[in-house]
Write a protein that binds this ligand. Structure first.
Ligand code: NAD
Length: 434
């Protein structure tokens, strides 16, 4: 296949939109297909629906120059040689993969496909899904896989906050449903920049994505449990881990935190677990990464308990959640531990405020949001959930802390310098051992 001129990206979210504007900036004609009319309208008006460095300018350029437009009409597929799926997927309440959103992909695109099309799945999927989707499309469209229809999985591994930069630089893993699909998809993915890593099957490529996040989860779960042991023994886990890592290259132990959350680290370990094919049931216990997931989640309950003990109950108390986004310096609250904590404290009858500089004041949140330390006025406790740059700046000059009613700081990220706090302030925290 020559370098294609027409590409359809399905799903214009945190992954699909960066991919779309990257291709459009390279002069390709990009159709963004999304079921969400508002999302399409925003894109067509050159308004990025979320913050991502470089995104707004790239979007404006792409739309203005006519390289990118968004639509809800699947017939746009008919004009495209390459189709990329960046549809979002989820998990059910019981932790099973929920890939319902991609189930109708075949019905949606099959009637419009042309001969020789390449479909690249970027959507994170349980192992084996790409092949099933490919076979389904072949059946519905009448095209033959590896002859006039090519399908590959290429995991998306960019992080929010560096999406555009990492699209250009990260290695691109590619595994097709057959060698021709791998070859054609590799050529296309190589155009983004970064080296191409071909693997022997779409299943291997699917697994690569899942083990990335399950591995990260496992390491974070390890640190969560280290923090618990440290607390039980009056040890500061940060001190122990830093000392243990220092000049000892066999260690690279992450520092603990109150929450490990976000869209991918919450669901992907479950996707890998679900790909276990009955092995967990047979051996009688879950995968390491699912236990790690549970360990990390337990830190949240542990923090709620410690805050409750310090304040002799939280009912009627004013609690500030410093950080609602799932990680520092982004505006994404999907599956965030800050949101979880806010809801749990509300359930416990506390009055809850948030200090979240990355979300607008007045946004339709379930609690009142503040952009600065004025939220501390009259508050009983504040819990730092992520290390936003504003919090790191604040710790050096902790204004407003003296206006708290009960001065409890719960440091969920090891960011507070206790020596900078007035004596009446009590500092607790994840793995602080005090
Ligand atoms: N966000 C990340 O940092 C990240 C990183 C790596 C991989 N991923 C994976 O990439 C995929 C997309 O993630 P995201 O963060 O962009 O999700 P998102 O929720 O931000 O965006 C998904 C988009 O898909 C649209 N959509 C859903 N079903 C559709 C359908 N049937 N047809 C057309 N559009 C549809 C939604 O309206 C939405 O605009 C997921 O599988 C995710 O696991 C995400």
């Amino acid at each position: 296949m020559e370098t294609p001129a027409n590409v359809c990206v399905i799903g214009g979210g945190r992954i699909g939109l960066p991919i779309s504007v990257s291709l459009a900036k390279r002069g390709m004609n990009v159709k963004l297909l999304d079921i969400d009319e508002n999302r399409c309208k925003a894109v067509n008006e050159s308004k990025s629906p979320f913050y991502e460095p470089e995104m707004q300018e790239a979007l404006e350029f792409s739309v203005k120059e006519g390289y990118l437009s968004a639509t809800t009409d699947p017939s746009c597929v008919a004009k495209c040689e390459v189709i990329i799926s960046a549809i979002g997927t989820g998990i059910t309440n019981s932790g099973e993969p929920d890939i319902e959103s991609i189930r109708n992909l075949s019905e949606m695109i099959s009637p419009h496909l042309k001969s020789g099309s390449l479909l690249i799945l970027k959507t994170t999927l349980p192992i084996g899904s790409t092949r099933k989707i490919a076979e389904n499309i072949a059946q519905n469209s009448g095209f033959v896989l590896e002859l006039d229809l090519f399908v590959a999985f290429s995991p998306e591994r960019i992080v929010e906050g560096k999406a555009m930069e990492e699209l250009r630089s990260l290695p691109k893993i590619v595994g097709g449903v057959g060698p021709k699909s791998t070859k054609i998809a590799s050529k296309f993915m190589g155009g983004f920049g970064g080296k191409v890593v071909q693997v022997s099957s779409s299943e291997t490529a699917e697994m690569c994505k899942l083990i990335d996040n399950a591995y990260r989860m496992t390491r974070f779960g390890f640190s969560s449990d280290v923090a618990l042991v440290a607390s039980q023994n009056g040890i500061n886990a940060y001190e122990a881990i830093k000392a243990s890592n220092l000049d000892y290259e066999r260690n690279n132990i992450p520092l603990p935190s109150v929450g490990v959350s976000g869209y991918c680290l919450t669901k992907d370990p479950h996707y890998l677990e679900a790909s276990g094919g009955g092995i967990w049931e047979k051996r009688g216990f879950n995968s390491t990464w699912i236990n790690a997931r549970k360990s990390a989640d337990y830190q949240l309950e542990h923090a709620i308990e410690e805050i409750g003990e310090s304040l002799t109950g939280v009912s009627g108390k004013i609690i500030v959640i410093a950080g609602l986004t799932y990680k520092e310096n982004v505006d994404d609250i999907r599956e965030s531990h800050g949101i979880y904590l806010s809801k749990r404290f509300l359930e416990l009858d506390a009055e809850v405020r948030s200090w979240e500089p990355n979300l607008p004041i007045g946004r339709d949140l379930h609690i009142e949001n503040f952009h600065d330390e004025s939220c501390l006025d009259g508050a009983d406790g504040v819990i730092f959930t992520v290390p936003h740059k504003e919090f790191i700046e604040w710790r050096d000059d902790p204004k407003g802390v003296e206006s708290m009613r009960n001065g409890l700081i719960f440091d969920g990220w090891g960011i507070i310098q206790e020596e900078k706090m007035p004596n009446e302030i009590v500092v607790k925290g994840t793995g602080k051992g005090i």
